[in-house]
Design a protein around this ligand. Structure first.
Ligand code: TYM
Length: 337
């Protein structure tokens, strides 16, 4: 009988910074997709804690946040039997490749990154070199695993494009070394906006806590934040230009319930924003309730968490070392024996 080689499963890589609370934006823009992709692809996910120190972190809090984020991602449905889910700082190949790639990334390219411009404007007292070269580290994360697809929210598109350019440049200079990855940006949820200023993205670094929903927010807080969400004076639930606040709430509702915009418009025809906001809040609360319940169990079991992330780090090191070794050889470093 003829034996067929099974088709290679495509490789997915993505990461999230564990600084502070994980938001509903992170969840709808990235995490929810991460979970959904696990059966079809070989998924590799990381907590990008090396990225997080581009902004000052309190050491005790930083450690706690990493552990909480790890537990939360498991609670969201990241399955360590199916996917590799590790902590970036525990896999030294990331920092090593990042250095090499820094030398193949142009100052001009990094200067154009809008996130760098935004963050340096926000923290003028600490515009460090890490903040500037951060996209090379992100490129290293992705390229180490020969990733095909990178599921991210819309705000990471520019960084991803740079990662592709770096990969192509390196491949062109030497010989094919890195697979050039594609972005995987969801149709709804890719850009969840601030509830207080819907022209800006929802971000955990927003000083106004009413602007964002954290994954571990209590139901009452979620209801309050949704009720206070900025809308407009038209009092009509429809998706249209000039209605950024309502569009954003519709985006959240759609990403959570799976209903499209037309269905949502029909559902709320003739109804006011009060009712709509409450429905959005309830849908979010129901989506988060089982996650929060599972989170409470995971975070209470530190030994299990350590077992998971330690095993994952070992596997990630073995996988990523293959690419790093190739890179070192091609650049001309002496072998490590
Ligand atoms: P981070 O930690 O800022 O965000 C993690 C993921 O959440 C998405 N996201 C959003 N999606 C929709 N609406 C929002 N308001 C929103 N805010 C955040 C982001 O697009 C992202 O997908 N540099 C990355 C982390 C990273 C990474 C990587 C990602 C490090 N290495 C390699 C992909 C591949 C970051 O800071 O994401």
């Amino acid at each position: 009988m003829e034996t067929q080689t099974p088709e290679r499963k495509k490789i997915i890589f993505s990461a999230i910074q564990p600084s502070g609370s994980i938001t509903l934006g992170n969840y709808l823009g990235a995490l929810k997709n991460w979970v959904a992709l696990q059966d079809e692809y070989q998924c590799i996910y990381a907590l990008a804690d090396l990225h997080a120190i581009t902004v000052r972190q309190d050491p005790a809090q930083f450690r706690r946040h990493a552990l909480e984020a790890y537990a939360l991602f498991l609670a969201c449905g990241i399955d360590v039997e199916k996917s590799l889910f590790f902590i970036q700082s525990q896999v030294h190949t990331h920092a090593e490749l990042a250095w090499v790639l820094n030398c193949y990334t142009q100052f001009g390219e990094l200067s154009r990154m809008t996130q760098f411009k935004d963050k340096s404007a926000k923290h003028p007292e600490n515009v460090n070199a890490g903040l500037f070269t951060y996209p090379s580290l992100m490129a290293a994360d992705i390229l180490l695993y020969q990733s095909d697809l990178v599921p991210v929210g819309a705000d990471q598109k520019q960084h991803l494009e740079l990662a592709r350019n770096i990969a192509e440049r390196f491949n062109g200079l030497y010989s094919p070394t890195f697979r050039v990855p594609e972005g995987y940006i969801p149709k709804v949820g890719a850009r969840i906006m601030s509830l207080q200023d819907p022209t800006r993205k929802m971000s955990k670094s927003d000083e106004n806590a009413n602007a964002w929903i954290a994954m571990l927010d209590k139901p009452d807080d979620i209801v309050r934040k949704c009720k206070r969400a900025v809308t407009d004076s038209e009092a009509c639930v429809r998706y249209a230009e000039g209605k950024a606040g309502v569009n954003n709430l519709m985006g959240i509702y759609s990403a959570v319930t799976g209903k499209d915009y037309e269905e949502i418009e029909r559902e709320f025809e003739g109804k006011g924003y009060g009712e709509f906001k409450l429905a959005v809040a309830e849908a979010v609360v129901e989506e988060l309730r089982p996650i929060q319940e599972r989170y409470a169990k995971y975070i209470a079991d530190k030994a299990y968490l350590e077992e998971c992330y330690s095993a994952a780090a070992q596997k990630a090191l073995a996988l990523s070392s293959r690419t790093l070794n190739k890179v070192m050889k091609k650049v001309g470093f002496l072998g490590r024996g």
